[in-house]
Structure formats: C-alpha cells, structure tokens
Ligand binder design. Structure first.
Ligand code: SF4
Length: 692
C-alpha cells in the first residue's frame, strides 16, 4: 500500500517500462520511495502517466531480488554466493579459457533494451574490444530490428521520424499492428485527443483493438486483415494512390528517387485491392476508401508496432509504409511521418549504441574502414570487420557446438524468444552462461554465473524513447548490489586484460558523443540543462531534432523500394487450422518479471486465449474452459476467453507468464532481412484440455 505524505526528497527520473519514456518525480520519505509523480514538464508525457509507470515500482525492492553474485559449476548444482571479485575473475577466466579452446568467436553476448545507453554501450564495447569479435546482439532483434533495416534503406536512418507532440497536427492517423491503449497508454491519450478533435483514424489490425471503437472514438476504417498479409494491404493502398492520380508529384520529384521503377511495380494488377481481397480478407472498397483518405485527408501519420515487424516480411512492410508515406508527401513536417511505437523503455537506445553484430554505435557498418579506425584509435584495439552472430545464429551454433559461452544482460531469452524448446536446448548446450539480471529468471535456470543487476531506481544514465528523446535516469537509491552494471562489465573486461575504466556514467556518454556524430552534442550537462534532447543533437542541431527529414532525407533522397508480397511459410492446415497471434495487455509488461512482482495494484493474473465464439462452439469450448494450444513445435495450456474481437479462424494470447509460456508454440520462422521472429503468425490447434 502506498503511504501518502510530504516527501523529504524528490528525484527526477524516467519510467522503466514502455518506449514512451515518461518523466517522473520519485518522492522519498527518508530512504523510502513513497510515490512516483508524473512530471508536468516531461517532454514525452507532459504530466501524464499510466498505471505501470505510476504504481509498478515495487519489484525494485521485492524479496525475489538477488543481491549477491552467485556461481555454480553445473546447472544442476545449488547456487553458491560469492563476492564480486570472485565472480568477476571467474567469469573472465572462463571466457578466456573457452576462447583458448574453441577460438575467439566462440563467445558472445546479448544487450538489453531495459538497461541504460551507458550500460549497453559498455557491453558491446567489451564484446568488440575485449572478446575480440562482433558476436553482440540485442533483444531488439526480436521486436524492432526490421524497423532498423527498413527505415535505413528508405530514409537513411533507423529511427522514427516525428516527436510525439507532432500527432496534434495530424489529420489522418493510421495505426498499423499496434495497440497503443495497452502498449503505449500515454501516447495513446495524445492520439485519442487529436481524434476527438476531428482527425480521422484508420486501424490496420486482425484484432478489433480498443481504438477501433471506444468511448468518443471510432475508426473511420478498420482494415481487419488476415495475419501475415500486411504487405499485400499496404501495396494495395499504394496501388490506389498511384492509379487514382493521388501521388504528391512535387514531393516525389524533389525529394525522392526510384519512383518510376516502384510505380511500374506497384501499378501491376496483382497489387490491386481487388486482386488481394480474398487473400487479405479486407473488402477492396474498404482499402480504396482508406487509401483515398490517407492521400487526400491532410497530414497523414503512420504509427506502427510489432504487428508490422514480427513477420517473415517485417522489413518489407516497414519499407512498404515508407513508400506510402513518400508517395503521399507525408514526411518532413509536423503531423506526418512513419513512427515505430517501441515496446521497451530503451529499444531505440540499445540499437543506437551499436548492439547489432553488423553495426557500431550510430548505425555504422563494421566493414567501414574509416569508421572502424576511429573506434580502434579510441578503444586501443584492432576491431573485426566481419559482422558477428545474430541471436538465432548463436542458438544454432551452440547446438552445433562452435559457440560455447553467452553473456546475457537484462533479457529473459528462455521466455521471450520463439520456439522455447530450441532456445533451451541451445542454452543447455553452452559451457558458460552468464546472466546479469534482477531475478533468477527462466534463462538463469541454465546459468553458471549470476551477476545481480540494478533496477531503474538505482541506475544513473540515460534511456532513449521511441521519438529519439534521450532522457536522464537518475538514481533514487544506491545500487542494492553494491555495484552498477556498467562497473561490473568494465571490471570483467579489465580482468580479460582489456583496460576499461570509468569513474562515472557521464564519462561513458562523453565517449559515446565523441564517437557518434548524431550524439555529438549530448552530455549529462546538456541533458540537465535542456531536460531531454532528441537525436541528432550536434553542432547543426544543438537542442536536438524533434522532426527528421525536413529539408532532405538523411540518405539524401528518400528511396522507393519495391516490396513484393511473399506469403509466409506458416499456413493453417487440417491439423493446425487456426492462426495464433500474440500481443500485450496494459497491466503487464513483456515477460512480466517486473509487473508480476508488484503488489500495489491488481495485475492480470494469467495469460488467456481469446477465441471467437464460432471457433469455440465447434470445439465444444465454453468461456473459462482450460484448453490446450498446440503448434508443430510445442504445446501449452491456458484458459479460453470467448471474444469476437478476433475474426473467425484467428486466436490471440499474451506472453507475460512463464507458466503458460506462449513461446512454447511460436516457431523458427523469421523476417528475411533481420531474423526478427514471426511471433504474429503460428498455425495452431485448440481443444478442450479435459474433454468430457
Ligand atoms: Fe511508463 Fe509507458 Fe506508462 Fe509512460 S506510458 S508511464 S513510459 S509504461
């Protein structure tokens, strides 16, 4: 129970949950945190908050927190608490031994989108400079990696185009594969305010999300497409724009390239709404009407989520949306743009900080000799010019035997990654698994070293939200573990004979700024003075850049890319006749490690399976029945909830609870360009768990 009263101290910091990045004043009485008060001058939230940010901080002091480093030789042994020096030297020695036996490339690591920019930066630096390879990847691999790829190909940089405020100038808002009222509540409120003022809303989603019809809000069009057909729908909209003469010719002529080739492609009859109507399930006239509205209704803005990226054509769809925005001239001013809604607090930052195996901080390819030379000089080590392993490649190589040790920071891959059986087989095959986290999560069941991490209340650094806004995270209390995560990583690197030392996280940000042109003007002092800044922040934009691509695209001209629709390999069959798609709910967060350990509000206690009443009836399933959910890779059981939010033939669940383990059934299918898993399309069968 939160006790109210006058605080004795307040600390301005940033929410640890979603990519909106709300600012809060943490109010303390003595050393006890008593309230989180949304900050009225917060750039992202302007005094608003949701239930998670305001109330879900109890996990930080939950008794499940592990506060002492622990070791064990085998994963069947009991954990043995040790001091920090022992844990760090054991980790470094084991890593070096494994490299001596199997080669430099036999080890690698995964960074977190929940830790600070500074913590991510030192992990990727440790891997590149101390491990001596590029085997670093981020949990963004399984969410927004197609955003990074698709927006870089078309616009030249891997980030959303607008600030959140911009939505107040939108006339047509298109929400694709996102459920902002649950996933990004504070931004959803801004969006709804604009819709109540008269902006039109187009929702593209297989599920009838709240935005489609809620008090005072109704979507003008809901394109309720079959899962896996996003690209066919966005191409059909572009086909209408082109063939009905709705292209913004001036914008295209002045700002873009590749239009003629793209126009020849998109005009083909197979891209028409009529040609794809049966495939997508969306009436052709509805697609035509939505396309006309988006092209002619004034400022058109696209906001999207994992319903776009987590597909075998996730990257194609990102580029398809960019094509549509460019064709209609909806880039480079307030009220328009292509905007990813990021799930975790620091997804943008973890990508910015060089967590991908092919990119150094600032999205520069490791094969670029000039860029690599700058890093080599600053870091004092030769760096590898070949990209390293992505997360799924690490799993495959672990099973095959060439990859032997993994460092995992703040990410529960055994619960969050697809095809749990495959992931756990890979973890079990490794000689050394090092987990840096708050709790003994599912991944820690396979760990040999547990390095206790710090909650956001103990961190000192920065998070970068979905609108590229760099916010300060200030410590409300000292680290309960006795060490900051960046200190632990630096000490492991030192124990591996790579000199890495910082006295304060501001020094890490100074190094990031010195190496990364888009961050050149960022420092803790600047953030303290301005409150927050949106990158690029440098000599050209000393106070940051709320809206990108205003006078020209980052890559010069915006590039139209042909985006042919290719159906996913995952098909419904006689044995697996339904399609499962997954998502989140408001009261839980990702794998639930934090929200399930917060006692001061009523949390949704279980994952359930939403199933259409027709699909339930033919299987003899009643509301509340326990059902089995099975795919070709695994099976689980959960409670059925009858709901006509789903179309017939599609079922839906969340992935917040390890007991249910929704990812037991999701498959190895992934995006062709980035390997982002296809969580959104799994052929399944559903039946009563205990038939009469
Ligand atoms: Fe935190 Fe997101 Fe809620 Fe804001 S909207 S309080 S950032 S969870």
């Amino acid at each position: 129970v939160v006790q109210l009263g006058m605080p004795t101290r307040t600390v301005l910091t940033t929410c640890a949950y979603c990519g909106v990045g709300c600012s809060f004043k943490a109010e303390l009485r003595g050393t006890e945190l008593v309230r989180m008060v949304p900050y009225k001058d917060g750039g992202a939230n302007e005094g608003h908050s949701c239930v998670k940010g305001r109330f879900a901080f109890g996990y930080a002091t939950h008794p499940d927190r592990v506060l002492t480093p622990m070791l064990r030789e085998n994963i069947t042994d009991e954990w043995r608490p040790v001091d920090w020096d022992t844990a760090i030297s054991y980790t470094a020695t084991k890593l070096r031994e494994i490299q001596a036996r199997y080669g430099v490339g036999a080890i690698g690591g995964i960074t977190s989108s929940r830790t600070t920019n500074e913590e991510v930066y030192v992990v990727q630096k440790m891997i590149r400079a101390a491990f001596g390879n590029n085997n670093v990847d981020t949990c963004a691999r399984v969410c927004h990696s197609p955003t990074g790829y698709g927006l870089k190909q078309t616009f030249g940089t891997s980030a959303g185009t607008q600030d959140f405020r911009s939505v107040a100038k939108s006339d047509v808002i298109m929400v694709i594969g996102a459920n902002p009222t649950d996933g990004h509540p504070v931004f959803a409120s801004r969006m709804k305010r604009r819709i109540r003022e008269g902006a039109k809303l187009i929702v593209v989603d297989p599920r009838r999300i709240d935005l489609v019809r809620s008090p005072h809000i109704a979507a003008t069009h809901h394109l309720q497409l079959a899962p896996g057909t996003n690209v066919a729908v966005v191409n059909a909209m572009a086909h209408v724009v082109l063939t009905e003469g709705l292209v913004d010719q001036d914008f295209v002529a002045q700002r873009c390239e590749g239009f003629d080739e793209w126009a020849e492609f998109i005009a083909r009859p197979e891209n028409s709404p009529e040609a794809v109507e049966e495939l997508t399930g969306v009436p052709a006239e509805e697609v035509r009407a939505a396309a006309r509205l988006f092209a002619t209704g004034g400022n058109g803005a696209i906001y999207y989520g994992l319903g776009v990226t987590e597909h075998s054509q996730g990257s194609t769809m990102v580029m398809g949306m960019a094509n549509l925005a460019m064709a209609t001239g909806n880039i480079g001013r307030e009220g328009v743009g292509v905007n990813p809604l990021r799930g975790q607090n620091n997804v943008q930052g973890s990508c910015d900080m060089g967590s991908f195996p092919h990119e150094l901080p600032g999205y520069r390819h490791v094969s670029d000799d000039v860029v690599r030379g700058v890093f080599e000089e600053m870091w004092g080590r030769d760096l590898v010019s070949e990209p390293g392993l992505r997360i799924p490649n690490m799993f495959d190589a672990a099973i095959e035997g060439s990859f032997r040790a993994l460092f995992v920071q703040g990410e529960d891959i055994a619960q969050s990654d697809p095809n749990t059986k495959h992931v756990t087989a890979a973890l079990a095959a490794l000689e050394l698994v090092v987990v840096q986290d708050l709790f003994l999560n599912e991944t820690a069941k396979f760990a040999h070293v547990f390095l206790p991490g710090t909650s956001f209340l103990e961190k000192d650094g920065t998070f970068t939200n979905a609108e590229r806004r760099i916010n300060r995270v200030r410590p409300v209390m000292p680290p309960k573990t006795g060490k900051h995560e960046w200190q632990i990583v630096a000490e492991i690197a030192q124990a591996m004979d790579y000199p890495m030392h910082y006295d304060h996280p501001s020094e890490i940000m100074d190094e990031i700024a010195a190496l990364t042109p888009t961050f050149a003007g960022v420092s803790f002092d600047v953030l303290d003075k301005l409150g927050s800044v949106q990158w690029p922040c440098n000599a050209n934009a000393p106070e940051g850049t709320p809206i990108m691509h205003m006078d020209g695209f980052v890559r010069g001209k915006g590039r139209f890319v042909q985006t042919p629709f290719v159906p996913t390999r995952e098909r419904s069959t006689r044995k697996f006749p339904l399609i499962l798609t997954t998502g989140r709910i408001l009261s839980q967060y990702n794998v639930g490690a934090q929200t399930r350990r917060t006692g001061n509000v009523a949390w949704h206690p279980e994952d359930v399976l939403e199933i259409h009443p027709h699909d339930a009836e033919v299987r003899g399933i009643n509301d509340g029945d326990e059902v089995t959910l099975a795919s070709r890779v695994g099976a689980t059981s959960l409670r059925a909830v009858l709901s006509d939010r789903m179309p017939v033939g599609v079922v839906y669940t969340t992935f917040h609870h390890p007991v249910t383990g929704a990812n037991v059934v999701t498959t190895e299918n992934s995006d062709w360009a980035t390997n982002c898993p296809e969580y959104k399309v799994t052929a399944v069968q559903v039946g009563l768990k205990n038939p009469p």
